[in-house]
Ligand binder design. Sequence first.
Ligand SMILES: Nc1nc2c(ncn2[C@@H]2O[C@H](COP(=O)(O)OP(=O)(O)OP(=O)(O)O)[C@@H](O)[C@H]2O)c(=O)[nH]1
Ligand SMILES: [Mg+2]
Ligand SMILES: [Zn+2]
Length: 356
Amino acid sequence: MKNQHCELNELGWSDWFEQRSECKPTDTIARVAAVDRDQLLLVDQTGLFRGKLAGSYLYHHQLSHELPCVGDWVCVEKQSGDDFGVVHSLLERRTSLRRKSVGKVVEYQMIAANVDYVVIVQSCQFDFNLKRLERYLVMIMDGKAEPYILLTKTDLVESAVLAEQLAEIRSAGITSPIMTLSNVTREGVDDFKRLLLPGKTYCFVGSSGVGKSTLINHLIGHETLETNTVSGTGEGRHTTVRRELIRLNGGAMVIDNPGMREFGIFGAESGIGKNYSDITALSSKCRYRDCSHTGEPGCAVIEAKHSGKIGQEHFENYLKLSKESEFYQLSHAEKRKKDRDFGKFIKSAKKDLKDK
Ligand SMILES: Nc1nc2c(ncn2[C@@H]2O[C@H](COP(=O)(O)OP(=O)(O)OP(=O)(O)O)[C@@H](O)[C@H]2O)c(=O)[nH]1
Ligand SMILES: [Mg+2]
Ligand SMILES: [Zn+2]
């Protein structure tokens, strides 16, 4: 991993944070480049270093949105020369990209903090969906960031299809800037790249497989030899198992995201139940209670499909949505596990404190 030296402003620091910072004069101010459970990858003027959350911080902040996420600014206790720091506070967020968690207390699952722009990526082949686009836009406005709309895979559709999608977005009254590109022919990639401003942070969101990482790799790749990356791209490749802040050679910062499952906009209370009540009603007649309606014996849904009571397309849309919803459940389970790990961490951290 490459270390780099730069000013805090180049990492996105501004007066806004300066005025609100409660860091002690002896603290190091750093930005969170990646989070791996209780371990943090931090970056400041001197480069990258590892950190962990102070036990006392964890003790007082247990809701997931109170914990640092990628893009956050934090106050760190660190001896000069040390390559490890203890994070003891989190600065107020100027913007946050987050979704509400289901539960009794109001809790948010953070996607990223202090991003200036959120790039909503949809592939113009198969993935384009106005309703989903609108939901992303609401989420972005809610978090006070600026949206960009990016349609990818233009190599796979006729230009008339693309033109129709653009018209559809505009006629829905959406005025955000729209870009189009193909990662294969590279048409539009340079135009997109020119939009990225130094010192600004861009977070990429969108369904799995729409080409977010491929694009980010192109953005890095042009200059692989001399790329200054904030984190994890030493191998020259980017994987989307976790979010990380990457600094491009031009000075802009990008955050990749894993696809749909991280977004979880298909909660049980939204779409599926309402629009597919015919199928959910039939499910109760399936032989198996957890029937997935994909070939189990005694499946009432498949039977209804064969007899024509349920349309093929309706059925396929249902399957698609419920798969995405499973992804959401999965991410919820992962989150629970993470919380448990954090719980264990709190215990051990508290023990550490006592031992001192
Ligand atoms: N034809 C075509 N294929 C593309 C384009 N962009 C990406 N792909 C392909 O689409 C697949 C998925 O691309 P990724 O970049 O991994 O998609 P992603 O959005 O990062 O997906 P997740 O990480 O799962 O969220 C890869 O096989 C890419 O080669 C494009 O513009 N045109
Ligand atoms: Mg990816
Ligand atoms: Zn069934």
